[in-house]
Design a protein around this ligand. Sequence first.
Ligand SMILES: *Cc1c(COP(=O)(O)O)cnc(C)c1O
Length: 282
Amino acid sequence: MLTCTPAAQLLIDLDALAANWRALRALSGGAPAGAAVKAGAYGLGLAPVSLRLAREGCTDFFVATLQEGEQLRRILPDATVHVLHGFTAADMPTLLNARLTPVIDTPEQAELWRQVAAPCSLMIDTGMNRLGLRPEQIAALDLADLDIDLAMSHLACADEPDHAMNARQRTRFLDLAAKVQARRRSLANSAGACLGPDYAFDLTRPGLGLYGGLPSPLAAGRIAPVVRAQAPVLQVKTIAAGETVGYGATWQAERETRIATLGIGYADGYPAGFPARTHGLS
Ligand SMILES: *Cc1c(COP(=O)(O)O)cnc(C)c1O
């Protein structure tokens, strides 16, 4: 009979994902929470992650690209899908067909979207200096024709709760969002959600923390691991004191040692450069 060794597997715990979403919502003081699911939900799978979060009650999703937005629309016909990376005139029919909400980052995009009667969101740059409209652009633009769902901005230093930039960006956001006719306001990523109700506004946008990353010291003990790597033991052997193990001979046995070889390597995404001491794990 043919036998088959199981392959290395990445196990995704969707219950832990859902618990993290609820935990981040609680940390923000209970404001509605969306979810950043760009790049295939940070590599964990757009469909399973989005379906599970929708089942928990998440209605707002953030993707990077138009293609990700189309994919998510097929998975969740009724969700609000915000597309973060902007668009060109050529993208507009696809955005409209898939009922996606583009996040307007530039005056050119604002000008293009004025020509259609469909909702958009607006990224206001309050000091991150990444995507979004600068304060002087907000002042100069006529945004009155736009149907703006979210006025949003992004925090640069939310992972450091005491950083002065947090309050500075919040003040700027209050000021600039007041100049814009938007239905809702959103400022916080995972780390921002941990800063509590003052930063939550109408919607938070956690990503990292959903997937088990610790976004802030304020989330310590509240975020559960979501991803686990599992690999089969392929061989066990005993080596003598002084012998080395593996590439680069980086780990050396101090005494006679029983070692196991697992079926996982850099071809699977396991970093080949892990320090010598991790090779000594049982
Ligand atoms: C990626 C992203 C998020 C999520 O950030 P995390 O730090 O992963 O929680 C939120 N908002 C915007 C605009 C993003 O691009």
